[in-house]
Each structure stands twice: as structure tokens, then as C-alpha cells.
Write a protein that binds this ligand. Structure first.
Ligand SMILES: [Zn+2]
Length: 74
């Protein structure tokens, strides 16, 4: 889960970028906070740099990491 204190600094968005799932190591499309769809683990990644790799964290079931953008920096 990601946390924030000041809601006035965050805007809700239906941008398509939040609907996509990305493989570990994929080039980060937008700087921000990404959430693993499998376990909920969060990571920060910068646009153009690779998203965290498959060995970023382990799942008990050895399922793959899939990253979803949950907070974008603008
Ligand atoms: Zn995970």
C-alpha cells in the first residue's frame, strides 16, 4: 500500500497508463510508484530506467512480478 498525508497534492486520473501491467525490467513509461499485482509490494521507478527485475522480491508461489503504475509524478 502507498500512503500519503496531503490529498490536495494528488489528483485522480483515468489515464490508460494506470491500466497497463509491465514485465520486470521493462523500460519505465512514467516516473512514479509501481505496485506488484501479485503481492502488493511497491517500488519507485524513474522514466526510461528499467522497472525492478524479477529478483526484486520473491513470491512464495514463485509467481512472476507484474508492475502497475499507481502514482505518477508530473
Ligand atoms: Zn510481488
Amino acid at each position: 500500500m502507498a500512503y500519503y498525508r496531503f490529498p490536495q497534492y494528488l489528483d485522480q486520473s483515468d489515464h490508460a497508463a494506470f491500466g497497463a501491467l509491465y514485465e520486470p525490467g521493462h523500460a519505465t513509461p512514467f516516473s512514479g510508484i509501481y505496485r506488484c499485482e501479485t503481492c502488493g509490494h511497491n517500488a519507485v521507478s524513474t522514466e526510461g530506467h528499467p522497472l525492478p527485475p524479477q529478483n526484486h522480491h520473491q513470491h512464495p508461489s514463485w509467481e512472476a512480478i507484474r508492475w502497475r503504475l499507481i502514482v505518477a509524478a508530473h
